[in-house]
Ligand binder design. Structure first.
Ligand SMILES: NC(=O)c1ccc[n+]([C@@H]2O[C@H](COP(=O)([O-])OP(=O)(O)OC[C@H]3O[C@@H](n4cnc5c(N)ncnc54)[C@H](OP(=O)(O)O)[C@@H]3O)[C@@H](O)[C@H]2O)c1
Length: 323
């Protein structure tokens, strides 16, 4: 083989890979409009959900928010009206109560963009976590998400001529990798990955597109509360992905939803984590698919480095604890 032929192969291999990926990535790329659509957000009275509601309202959407506390819902409604002039509809319901959620969804009218964002999180070693708390976490974060989607889906599927719909789930980076102190929380968020992958296959023919958002630590009221009892090791491990402002997470999430992405990471570390954990996830972008294919080996090396670092931190911490 002549050297010039070998040189020619250098650009041909990646270009052929790009060409193949552009033909095979599925589902096909899509844009989700927000303006003049009905955006329904669970957990929309606080933190990331509230910031998403502000964003949707400022982009011209009709917005509904659902949470338990009527007082927090009223406060959220007032703050959105003040900032954007938009009157949001509020619904007080617990996502664990399927009938209450169904009633709220029915009253709100047909939904175009459903954002399943409610969540509870307490970082605690499983041994110290009560069975009731574990069950509560899974019921709100996972079973509650099933309830919301089951309640909204029939009318979302029935939307005729209203353009592409979206079902977005707010997971967590702890839904991509298990973290010390998050056995219950991680399990509840990992469950959303299975739910989202299966659901995307079931609703793609109805022009409904599923998005999973993976925020890192975000400065919300829920996070502030969680910090009070967070184990030291959890804090060390979580620090490797940094923390973000609520509005920035909401902006990234909304951009990802509008771009119809299946996976939305919110910062650079999150992007690396998504590359490392992408597995069998759908991918609409052939550029990102290309990156996933060519970085598969090196990114595994980075993942192993992180595990090395975390286990060293745990070892060091347990030695000082036992002194
Ligand atoms: N903040 C972070 O560091 C972080 C990081 C990664 C992922 N996340 C995820 O992001 C999402 C939002 O978290 P956040 O930090 O914004 O939390 P937050 O400030 O505590 O807000 C949580 C929202 O969910 C609602 N909610 C809680 N339990 C509910 C239930 N049973 N039924 C209906 N609504 C319920 C709350 O209102 P009521 O209490 O009135 O019901 C509130 O509106 C969660 O899914 C969380 O797991 C957060």
């Amino acid at each position: 083989m002549s050297p010039s032929f070998l040189l020619l192969l250098i650009p041909i291999i990646p270009l052929s890979l790009l060409a193949i990926l552009s033909l095979i990535v599925r589902p096909k790329p899509i844009r989700i409009p927000i303006k003049s659509r009905h955006v329904f957000i669970t957990g929309g009275s606080s933190g990331i959900g509230l910031a998403l509601a502000h964003r949707a309202a400022s982009e011209g959407a009709r917005v509904s928010i659902l949470a338990r506390s009527p007082q927090k819902l009223e406060e959220a409604k007032r703050s959105i009206k003040l900032a954007t002039g938009v009157e949001v509809a509020i619904f007080s319901a617990d996502v664990r109560d399927y009938d209450a959620v169904s009633k709220a969804v029915e009253e709100s009218g047909p939904i175009d963009v459903l954002i399943v964002n409610q969540g509870v999180f307490t970082a605690r070693e499983l041994e110290k976590h009560s069975v009731e708390d574990v069950r509560f976490t899974i019921e709100v974060n996972l079973v509650g998400s099933f309830n919301v989607i089951k309640a909204a889906l029939p009318r979302m599927k029935g939307r005729e001529g209203r353009g592409p719909g979206s079902i977005s789930l707010v997971s967590s980076q702890a839904g991509q990798v298990g973290v010390y102190g998050y056995a219950a929380y991680s399990a509840s968020k990992f469950g959303l990955q299975g739910l989202a992958q299966s659901l995307q296959q079931e609703v793609v023919a109805d022009d409904i597109h599923v998005t999973l958002v993976f925020p890192p630590d975000t400065d919300t009221p829920g996070f502030e509360e969680e910090q009070k009892s967070r184990p030291e090791v959890t804090a060390i491990i979580a620090a490797s992905s940094g923390s973000m402002k609520t509005e920035e997470v909401a902006r990234r999430a909304m951009d990802g939803i509008k771009a119809g992405k299946f996976t939305v990471s919110c910062n650079f570390e999150g992007f690396l984590l998504s590359l490392a954990t992408t597995g069998m996830s759908p991918q609409r972008s052939f550029w990102l698919a290309f990156l996933e294919v060519i970085t598969a080996g090196p990114i595994r090396l980075v993942a192993l480095f992180f595990q090395w670092d975390w286990y060293n931190a745990i070892e060091k911490w347990s030695k000082t604890k036992n002194k």
